[in-house]
Design a protein around this ligand. Structure first.
Ligand code: UT7
Length: 332
């Protein structure tokens, strides 16, 4: 069989968020901040937070169920499950637990870590398996529970993040709906945004010292990351458009990682994309890291804004540093 030239379609989406919604005023009860500051600097009004009984696997599974149902397939039809997350329930990965919860016994499952770029990196990774003919039905989930890892005494970062999950089903298709993409990384800027391991030296044997420790809270140089996003995201979208052989006018929707409304506005402005074409739901969820793009996509599709065949440019950016963009047409 000639596997070359297999097209890709994104045929279903789903999302999930914890029930608990905490608005900016509630945060100002526990730290020196205000709704005025958070809303004017970021556009965020509230975020959903996973409570002690919630898990990353639960959120990811719920989002996945919605995507599988919309795609009109069964979990048993899945060949591959990719879980883009930086906050697994298990350091060895959480994708297999999602596979078990779904009953997707034929699917191979693994985690992919690329922070807030995770969904876009996952989309492109999944696409390679489909293009080569290796797999036909792929479930891609972006899910994060960053409330576990932010420093709740650091008002510069903790107010920005929320918890959630989003998912898509990607399928082999006669027509290729994934028009173009571009991925980038720059580890020299890792210090701008990280959640690093910190260990204490421990003598195991006379001649063998290991370290034992834990991960520290998320740290971010907000201004550096802001500048990076506003410069690099338009570039990478333009590159993806070039590869797709289309111009910016062909974009029906711009869907960026939901980090900050000012970043969304600045990127749209630089690309000359009118604000009506910019999908934004960060006011309700804050920055949900790998979940933010599929969560916003799911709301836009189910809300009737995004219609079959429309062209969407997505772009993720964040820790690594990593950034990337993909251009696709929604549906089969
Ligand atoms: O998902 C990964 C990608 N991440 C991002 O894209 C984040 C990119 N960066 C940003 O979105 C923005 O840089 C922030 C929203 C994080 C910060 O906005 P900013 O306009 O760059 O504010 P700033 O850090 O320059 O802080 C301005 C002032 C400071 O006070 P002084 O030093 O001027 O007196 C901060 O201490 O605002 C203060 N501040 C706050 N005040 C009230 C910082 N955080 C808060 C807060 N409430 N939560």
């Amino acid at each position: 069989m000639d596997y070359s030239g297999v097209g890709i379609a994104i045929t279903g989406c789903g999302s999930a968020a914890p029930e608990t919604a905490i608005d900016n005023d509630r945060l100002s009860e526990i730290m020196d901040t205000s709704d005025e500051w958070i809303a004017s600097r970021t556009g965020i009004r509230q975020r959903r937070l996973s409570d002690a009984s919630g898990s990353l696997v639960q959120l990811a599974t719920e989002a996945a169920r919605g995507a599988i149902e919309m795609a009109g397939i069964e979990p048993i039809d899945l060949d591959l499950i990719l879980l883009a997350t930086s906050t697994p329930d298990d350091m060895f990965g959480s994708a297999c637990q999602v596979q078990a919860a779904l009953g997707a016994s034929q699917a191979v499952a693994f985690d992919l870590t690329a922070a807030c770029s995770g969904f876009v990196f996952g989309l492109v990774t999944a696409a390679q398996y489909i293009r080569t003919g290796t797999y036909r039905n792929v479930l891609l989930i972006g899910a994060d529970v960053l409330s576990r890892w932010v420093d709740w005494s650091d008002r510069r970062t903790c107010v920005l993040f929320g918890d959630g999950a989003g998912a898509v089903v990607m399928q082999a298709n006669t027509v290729d709906r994934l028009l173009g993409f571009e991925l980038r990384s720059d580890g020299s800027q890792h210090h701008c945004l990280n959640l690093a391991y910190s260990g204490e030296p421990k003598a195991l044997l006379n001649d063998c010292e290991i370290t034992q420790g834990q991960f520290r809270s998320l740290t971010m140089n907000g201004q550096e990351v802001y500048r990076f996003a506003v410069k690099r995201v338009p570039e990478v979208i333009e590159k993806a458009l070039f590869r797709a052989n289309i111009t910016v006018d062909a974009i029906d929707w711009l869907l960026l990682h939901q980090a900050n409304q000012r970043i969304l506005d600045a990127v749209a402005h630089r690309l000359g994309i009118p604000s009506e074409k910019v999908i934004s739901n960060l006011a309700k969820y804050g920055n949900t890291s790998a979940a933010s793009i599929p969560l916003a996509l799911d709301e836009a599709v189910r809300g009737g804004a995004v219609k079959l065949g429309e062209t969407i440019a997505v772009s993720g950016f964040g820790a690594g540093l990593t950034w990337g963009a993909a251009v696709f047409q929604w549906g089969r």
